[in-house]
Design a protein around this ligand. Sequence first.
Ligand SMILES: [Zn+2]
Length: 293
Amino acid sequence: MSKIPILAEEDEPRAIDTHAHQPTAEFLEDAGGEMMQDAARKFGTDIHTWDYEAMVEEYHEVGIGRTVMLGWDAETNTGNPPVPNDYVAEVRDDYPDFFVAFGSVDPLKDDCIEEAERCVNDLDLSGFKFQQIAQGFDPSDPEHDELWSTIEDLGVPVVFHGGNSTLGAGSPGGRGLKIKYGNPMLIDDVAAEHPDLQILIAHPAFPWEKQQLAICQQKGNVYMDLSGWLPKYIDEQVLHYAGTVLQDKVMFGTDYPMIRPEKWLDQFAEYTDFGEDVQRKILWENAESFLGL
Ligand SMILES: [Zn+2]
């Protein structure tokens, strides 16, 4: 039973998780590799895998009706295989009412433009996810401009990673990953030059939350989600903005399977005091309009 009354009031599970990965070996073991083991230690979780049947049931039980499942391709920078876009599309096709599927292209690969077009035109994927730290690229670098123009023309949204990453955390050299690429100011450039590109900055962008809030305020095409952080640990100013000036731009997300939906929602009930109108916006209304559902 949800501690958030508006979730229990709906006839059908209504909330939307804007940020989830696969609870399977494709993400946790193959694409994740050693840097994922580091992250799991950081989150205090054991890496074990389970299937989509169990995942969907877990979500439905707490009032979540849809989830954005993200692809992953950081092959050039990490050497790990991608979570293939075809696989993400297949999972979506198995649960078409539940999953909204976002693909991933590796901006350092020569065929990234063609792959982006194939994702939308052939696989019917609904958007793209970039993890600049794992993928090792600066989104504001002009060499990536054609990719942003292509996605802008395709008319689908993008999720960029925001802030530090737990991937590689605690390892010597952080396994070579550079956190500067998670600075949201690099995304501000992309947003300015591509006003029709709808951008969601995933996670409170620690330690650059203030920059992130400024960008979301100033750029009509930039949004953010609260994934990757349990509400107990989210910066107070972020929560204040989420309930006031940015209440039409902030969305719920977990970062499944590292953070589980029941725990996130319980803390959302415990550590925030938003009115029901703001709760509805954060938990599903803003995502419905951003995703065009
Ligand atoms: Zn994530």
